[in-house]
Design a protein around this ligand. Structure first.
Ligand code: MRU
Length: 349
């Protein structure tokens, strides 16, 4: 892929600063867990799988810091780092899934000396990074079966290489179809509140040589009416046991428009995005972000000072609007509950 979202080298986690794209490609070097936590909060690193992997390396940094400082118990300091990372963003379940694995490794190795524990944690974070790269490619190959040559596709927000360790989920499906020689044209939206479709997806697809057109969020229905749109493909931050999908705010509206125009909606996500402990999507915690993301844009006030703002970062698309869910295990269609339950019980392919 044209850009490496997260790279671990010489005890430093290097992240692409996604708040600066597309104006400049800049990196943030994280030497401590607090820098990683703030990068997640600020959306310098974002996208469910990328948040999970970044947090795993954040735990390694917490362990390295704790191994240099002797005023509290080593394991307690690392656990405090895990708690700090868990408090950054509430919706993407991949964050908690990754931290749970890091905590389990810590608990199991805590009788060992700090240097050994640091190495165990680094090996685990490296494995999560490698697994995510492999899973995205497998998922992409499954999803590419759904795309014919010449397909026009709408995607929302960024579920690409920038949102994962590499390759992406929704965009992974598109990359895999292009690698099979299919010509795919992508319409990218999420132009408010954060412009992640126009800033990130359009930039990433142009770097990869995939045809892309930016549309504003309120243009999607009109595009479906006048253009032959084959499908909508999006990623997910958390999928409940019944197939309800939490994803970037605006996904639900896009799915309603797709339903009205007979356009299928595909959700591409790794099994680590499933939360089988939640019966339905209304139980998914939805992050609310600062009002400034809505009241400010283009370097100036875009709403009157003092106006109340509602700024949820995500919405929930009910399962009846989802045509299929694509993961590294294959393609699930309604009713989703048995298929998703089966995926979580299988061992990693
Ligand atoms: O707020 P963000 O940018 O972290 O939201 C990202 C999304 O909603 C993505 O679609 C989702 O995390 C899937 S990324 C493969």
């Amino acid at each position: 892929m044209p850009v490496q979202t997260l790279v671990w080298k010489n005890d430093v986690l290097r992240l692409v600063d996604q708040t600066r794209l597309p104006a400049v490609l800049e990196y943030i070097d994280c030497h401590d867990v607090e820098t990683v936590a703030q990068a997640i909060e600020r959306l310098s690193v974002r996208g469910a799988p990328a948040i999970g992997v970044a947090a795993a390396y954040g735990v390694v940094l917490a362990a390295l810091e704790a191994s240099r400082c002797r005023d509290a118990s080593f394991a307690d300091q690392v656990r405090a780092g895990i708690d700090r990372l868990a408090a950054t963003r509430p919706t993407a379940v991949n964050l908690f899934w990754a931290l749970q694995q890091m905590r389990a490794e810590l608990d199991q190795a805590s009788a060992q000396d700090p240097a050994t524990v640091c190495q165990v944690l680094l090996d685990t974070a490296d494995r999560l990074w490698q697994d995510d790269r492999r899973i995205c490619r497998t998922l992409g190959r499954h999803g590419a079966e759904l795309l014919p040559d010449g397909a026009n596709v709408i995607t929302h927000c960024n579920a690409g290489a920038l949102a994962t360790a590499d390759y992406g989920t929704a965009l992974g499906v598109i990359y895999a179809a292009c690698e099979q020689g299919k010509r795919i044209h992508v319409y990218a939206d999420e132009t408010r509140p954060l412009l992640q479709g126009s800033r990130l997806t359009a930039w990433e697809l142009m770097q990869a040589g995939v045809e892309v057109t930016v549309i504003c969020d309120n243009m999607a229905a009109a595009v479906m009416r006048r253009t032959d749109i084959h499908c909508v493909i999006v990623g997910a931050d958390r999928i409940a046991a019944n197939g309800d999908v939490a994803n970037k705010i605006g996904t639900y509206g896009l799915a309603v428009a797709a339903d009205a125009h007979g356009v299928p909606v595909y959700v591409a996500a790794p099994v680590s995005t499933l939360d089988m402990s939640l019966a339905h999507g209304e139980q998914i915690p939805i992050e609310e972000r600062a009002p400034e993301e809505v009241t400010h844009g283009m370097g100036q006030w875009t709403a009157p000072q003092g106006v109340p703002v509602f700024n949820p970062a995500f919405d929930v698309t009910p399962n009846h609007l989802v045509t299929a869910i694509i993961s590294e295990r294959g393609i699930a269609r309604p009713p989703f509950r048995p298929a998703l339950a089966g995926w979580t019980q299988e061992s990693t392919p």
